[in-house]
Ligand binder design. Structure first.
Ligand SMILES: [Zn+2]
Length: 280
């Protein structure tokens, strides 16, 4: 099947497959359809929202019409034979709190107001997701303990080590060993479009300490920040094998036809989702 945007996905590092399933187009890591799990990164295509949220805007934290977002979220989950009340997202606040779901829960809608930036669960039949438009979505899967996780990684979360914290929480709560995990880093903003200032540098120096490896000073006090590399370094320092880590090469800012981008669109844009689901 041929559809717009497919040709740009032929990149030299890991090539995630662009899948069209039902109305939804999404990038899928190599383990994303293994027995017992479904995982991917939605694109902006296949929904009902009007510009500038066209069309599969999955974020309520926009000026888009709520019933369009509801319709889009429903379209996504039904693609995986779920009901809308089986989708769990939270109120992302660029912090490092992690929501742990370790028992069945009949109503996931109230978690929409819970402030957190990562979700982990061992419960089947729940699609957990993070909403992004330049920030990086990171998916985690432990096949041996049957546990999944999603992480929202903006610069604040990256500086504070949210990926390492989430992996640690998977270990503490569900006994997942880091070397058992696989990870997928979805599309986010490329370093060439992501200029930051000294405030960001100072937060990284206080936090993960990877600053020298992920930033390049382009003019006095201005830096190009490679958030994807920050994600990869955190996954490795948490103990994942390099061979267990995949990352998409697409830059959200450069690929208007596929992705929402907060910086490119001056904040007036939709949200795509990184999602993962243990099958029941
Ligand atoms: Zn770019």
């Amino acid at each position: 099947m041929v559809f717009p945007g497919a040709s740009i996905l032929h990149t030299e590092s890991y090539r995630m497959k662009l899948i069209k399933q039902g109305k939804v187009h999404f990038l899928q890591p190599s383990w994303g359809a293994d027995t017992g799990v479904q995982a991917g990164f939605s694109t902006r295509n296949g929904g009902i929202s009007r510009p500038p949220y066209n069309s599969l805007n999955l974020g309520f934290n926009t000026e888009d019409l709520g019933y369009n977002v509801d319709g889009n979220r429903s379209t996504l989950v039904r693609t995986f034979d779920l009901q809308p009340n089986q989708l769990l997202t939270v109120n992302q606040v660029h912090g490092t709190d992690i929501l742990v779901i370790d028992q069945p829960n009949p109503d996931l809608s109230h978690f929409l107001t819970v402030e957190a930036d990562a979700i982990i669960t061992d419960q089947p039949g729940i699609m957990i997701g993070v909403l992004v438009a330049d920030c990086y979505p990171v998916l985690l899967y432990c096949a041996s303990k049957k546990v999944v996780g999603v992480v929202h990684v903006g610069w604040r979360g990256a500086a504070a080590g949210i990926i390492e914290k989430t992996i640690s929480a998977m270990q503490v709560n569900f006994d997942c060993q880091p070397q058992e995990l696989v990870a997928a880093v979805g599309p986010g903003i490329g370093a060439h479009r992501y200029e930051v200032d000294r405030k960001v540098r100072d937060e990284f120096r206080k936090g993960t300490g990877h600053w020298e490896k992920i930033a390049e000073e382009t003019s006095l006090g201005k830096f190009q920040l490679d958030l994807k590399k920050s994600c990869l370094l955190q996954l490795e320092s948490a103990g994942l094998a390099a061979s267990s880590i995949q990352a998409s090469d697409e830059c959200t800012c450069c690929h208007r036809e596929l992705f929402f981008s907060y910086r490119r669109d001056g904040g007036n844009t939709g949200r795509q989702m990184g999602f993962v689901l243990l099958e029941g």
